[in-house]
Design a protein around this ligand. Sequence first.
Ligand code: P6P
Length: 353
Amino acid sequence: MNGQLGMTGKGTGEGYGVLTIQQHILQEQQKFPEASGEFSWLLSGITLATKQIQAKVRRAGLTDILGAHESGAENLHGEVQQNLDVFANHAIMRSLAVRDSVATLVSEENDRPVMLRHSTGQPRYAVIFDPLDGSSNIDVNVSVGTIFSILRLPATMDSIEDGLLQPGSAQVAAGYVLYGSSTVLVYTAGNGVHGFTLDPSIGAYVLSHENIRMPERGKYYSVNEAYRDAFPRPYREYLEGLRKGEFGRPYASRYIGSLVADFHRTLLKGGVFLYPPTAEHRQGKLRLLYEVNPIAFLAQQAGGSALDGTEPILDLRPTGIHQRVPLVVGSPFEMQQFEPYRSRLREEQMVFA
Ligand code: P6P
């Protein structure tokens, strides 16, 4: 077909310069004849919503959308909802509510799952998302992101929680959109990790990072150093080893405080990102279902790996839709260097400074 249409690329649209995310998903879908068009229709709901969100984020300083929502409402985590959080949550909900294949939505901003339709009969999906992660950074123009995870719901469930509390290894797709110097969507459907940059001139996400592979090792570690003394000793000693060059060469530190931005750098440049437990956050701060599981799936698909400190993230059986877990995610080399500390975390009673 490429020859007939004059396209010279290897399916990358080189002949015409761009391959949009819709075309990419349809191409991917052709590899799985049993797959219906449902997934691409579902994903188009996410791409549409994130285009609306990025339009607001790009103009945040020009409208009164900055700052906390006038209601002063807090989400269940006690975080004051920013206007853009509310807008982003509604944009995704509206977009996905009209996708028949979506039965349930779970959002960081909603205490309970939103039931759209019963999941009996044809396969139905649950979309689990953080509509605007890192939103506290919005007012200072630091990158923020949307993170999503997609699960197929079983045909029969005793309760919707049964269908939602599947291990991360059950995800059928996951990804994020980073509203940074450009808007980049990165996703996996279990067949590699691919990145698309929004081209504002045509309003489409176009393929910019095909088949992303995490480098074998990097030169950065990423952690909130302010809590260093509060981490259990094995974490403290691993970080000290990185800083002092005990694993071959000293590392530099990079920490943005926006998970999507910190992970995107780790995915492209290699290295390691950590959010360990502290006395204040004994289970860590990051949420398993809509922050850590998607990140872990992407890392694994790109050749890296992710732990909760001792166990592979993707093996964890969730106990609640807003459950928090510690996270160590990175390149093969840095994760290999973490192994002795992982063993000590298993053996030692978790002692907080
Ligand atoms: P801290 C943002 O609030 C967030 O949920 C993640 O995006 C980010 O990685 C983390 O919290 C930052 O937390 O405690 O370092 O400010």
